[in-house]
Design a protein around this ligand. Sequence first.
Ligand code: SF4
Length: 283
Amino acid sequence: MAKLKVAELFYSIQGEGRYMGVPSVFLRTFGCNFKCEGFGMTKGVKSEEYLKVDPSLYGDYKQLPLVSTGCDSYASWDPRFKHLSPVLDTSAIADAVVDTLPYKEWKDEHLVITGGEPLLGWQRAYPDLLEHPKMRALKELTFETNGTQALSKDFKDYLDRWGWGHPGNFDRLLTFSVSPKLSVSGEKWDEAIKPEVVADYGMVGYVYLKFVVASQEDADEAEKAVEAYREAGFRGPVYLMPVGGVESVYHMNNRAVAELAMKKGYRYSDRLQVPLFKNEWGT
Ligand code: SF4
């Protein structure tokens, strides 16, 4: 049976993107190909805030401190925190996922597989998970990805059968919420912007782009990236979302980002988990 290293598994309200406000189970896998140490920093400077968190002091994600710069889910990929993420087989994960649901069965809830980066090598484990008897009634599934990981042929074929690409599965909806990393993240364009990879997601699911921005300059860079994605065949909508894993930063730039989205004709994505739940781990 396939296994996954699970950083977090919790039930909450989706705070971002297309499913904002929808009750959702979040399965956060461990590991990422990026660090995004640039968020909230002056250009060219890397955040060291997460490096100051001493892993030996924490036995649970819920106790971990929040950071106001860098990646707000640092413990889901920093190897120093790997002891917090058990390796579980897909049957145990399916049991745990359904156990978080209010009625212990799927109703209107949506499953979000997030990270870290959930489309790394873990792709091979998802068919096992989604075919588990407890997962068959799931109707809406989103992968929250940074858009750099190509789908393997086997996984793409599987997703085509799972989602709306397969005749008779019109009531199932597969979404890729792609959050490409602009220079504000500290990652390099050539490694972060992979238009062909994202266009390929569109062969088996609904795809949208969600850019984290803090300024006009970031929004202009997002526009340049959108052109590259469109040229490769991407046809979905584009969201701008404010930087801000903590309330003070979020409130500083959410209105400005909403105005930038209006100016560019893009959609605005909030981060409802920040005002609602202060973006605590497990929300
Ligand atoms: S891609 Fe996402 S999870 Fe990975 S480091 Fe960047 S913000 Fe964090």
